[in-house]
Design a protein around this ligand. Structure first.
Ligand code: ATP
Length: 463
């Protein structure tokens, strides 16, 4: 048996990098070989490693064993018994005798090690980031609905809102929130089968399964989940095979009351190149937006992050930064990192002057850069109308609304007067602009869709 194991390791060393052999192959054990039945029992230290070895080298081990023993070998794979010593393959495989009696202290240490190993294997398998949790997710008006829905789903997966569809612009906390759901569920049920996957990765997994003709395996690995978190689903656009595969997984999981959570940068029906069947499925649970954070929330986030990193940050400074960094939370984090680096480089405390200096480029980029022309172009693109219609006299509703939106944004984001804006919109009167601004202000309070569109446009324009 020793020789058989050496044969396997030596063969695999020629086929895969040494580091992988060390990580995945060496921890395996040969439990037993039954000559009469041609059956070989092999074990991996945990389920995660077992799945990996089976998926990647199950067939190869069968070949190696058949080659070595000169007959067809059927390998029975299993997870090593938790009480068995965690020896590498070959060192205890034929012992058959009782395990040596470890001292209680040793057993406790081994148990802790194993618990950690199990815990980290659970995290590895789920691809969850433990650092993204509810406790460090700052709430405010912009995300409170999304957070409430997320907490509800974490407490009752598969029951309350299924799927939960979260949408919002870049860097607003969608990824953070869905990891929080996964982490919360793992705390209450460490055995839950959870997978976080970015849509781009899913697309590439579909391609790989297609190339390897391993669709059954691919399907199985998704159909057995309790919680599937799929991020940035807009990346499925135009990928019909991926969409088809996802459609089946979706139907299967929902029918089995397993929870699905999806994020996207936009409302389901606005995702371009997505199958209508999927869009209607996305809307069949709960769809919630995460909006860009308002000033007070940006301040709260800065203070929280500064506190986590043990930096002394006054409220005045936080207000100053938050006033200038308006588009998203990733940008706020970037500003904070820059301030920290600047303070540490110059060995100075974080004062208002230091912050002004540290963020000089970032602040100037955000000031006075938006022109009325770029607003007209961006809004026209967003609503898929011609830029020329911004100046035209056409009165169709599908043109009037975008034009009024553009006027509203021109007033919000530039220093121009009503009269100047009217001039730039085909020589219109200032009262027309005033009317547009009032109308959009009123409408945005009534329509979540318009409010979202304005946030997206605002973010796009500020880059
Ligand atoms: N409410 C919040 N409280 C604390 N940190 C937050 C919050 N929202 C976002 N963040 C942090 O901001 C950063 C960006 O968030 P995240 O990656 O979740 O955004 P996203 O909406 O998924 O963006 P993208 O669409 O680009 O993937 C992360 O570091 C995240 O931890």
């Amino acid at each position: 048996m020793d020789q058989f194991w050496t044969h396997c390791v030596e063969a695999l060393k020629k086929e895969i990098p040494a580091q992988q052999v060390k990580l995945w192959i060496e921890p395996l054990t040969v439990v037993n070989y039954d000559e009469d039945t041609g059956s070989l029992a092999m074990a991996a230290p945990n389920r995660f490693k077992l799945d990996w070895v089976l998926n990647n080298y199950g067939g190869r081990f069968t070949e190696l064993a058949s080659e070595y023993f000169g007959c067809d070998i059927d390998i029975q794979w299993q997870v090593a018994a938790r009480t068995a010593p965690n020896n590498p393959a070959g060192s205890h495989r034929d012992s058959g005798g009782p395990p040596s009696n470890p001292t209680p202290a040793k057993t406790a240490a081994v148990d802790t090690l194993r618990r950690d190993e199990v815990a980290s294997s659970v995290y590895e398998r789920s691809r969850l980031n433990r650092d993204l949790c509810f406790s460090n997710f700052v709430s405010g008006r912009a995300n409170q609905l999304a957070r409430a829905a997320a907490e509800q789903v974490a407490a009752n997966p598969g029951v309350s809102y299924n799927p939960l569809f979260l949408y919002g612009g870049v860097g607003l906390g969608k990824t953070h929130l869905i990891h929080s759901i996964g982490n919360r569920l793992l705390e209450s049920n460490p055995h839950a089968q959870i997978r976080y996957i970015h849509a781009e990765q899913y697309v590439s997994d579909v391609v790989k399964a297609y190339q390897k003709k391993a669709f059954e395996e691919f399907k199985r690995s998704y159909y057995s989940l309790d919680l599937l978190l799929i991020d940035d689903i807009q990346f499925f656009a135009g990928k019909s095979r991926t969409q088809e595969e996802f459609f089946y997984a979706f139907e299967q999981l929902i029918a089995a009351k397993k929870q699905i959570i999806i994020t996207s940068d936009t409302y389901p029906k606005d995702i371009q190149g997505m199958d209508d069947r999927l869009i209607s499925r996305f809307n069949s649970g709960l769809t919630v937006a995460i909006e860009p954070p308002e000033l007070e929330m940006r301040v709260a986030i800065l203070l929280k992050k500064a506190e986590q990193q043990k930096i002394l940050f006054s409220e005045d400074v936080a207000f100053f930064v938050a006033k200038h960094m308006r588009s998203n939370i990733r940008e706020l984090e970037g500003a904070l990192r820059r301030i920290m680096a600047f303070a540490s480089f110059h060995n100075k405390p974080v004062t208002m002057d230091l912050v002004r200096e540290a963020l000089r480029d970032m602040i100037s980029v955000h000031h006075g850069q938006v022109s009325v022309e770029s607003i007209q172009k961006t809004v026209a693109d967003y609503y898929k109308i011609k830029v020329a219609d911004m100046f035209s006299k056409r009165r169709q509703a599908n043109i009037v609304l975008p034009r009024q939106v553009a006027m509203y944004l021109a007033k919000e984001l530039t220093e121009k007067s009503y009269m100047e804006i009217g001039e730039l919109f085909g020589g219109r009167d200032h009262t027309t602009v005033l009317h547009a601004v009032n109308k959009i202000t009123e409408l945005r309070n009534q329509s979540a869709e318009l409010n979202h569109a304005l946030h997206v446009l605002d973010q796009t324009l500020k880059g």
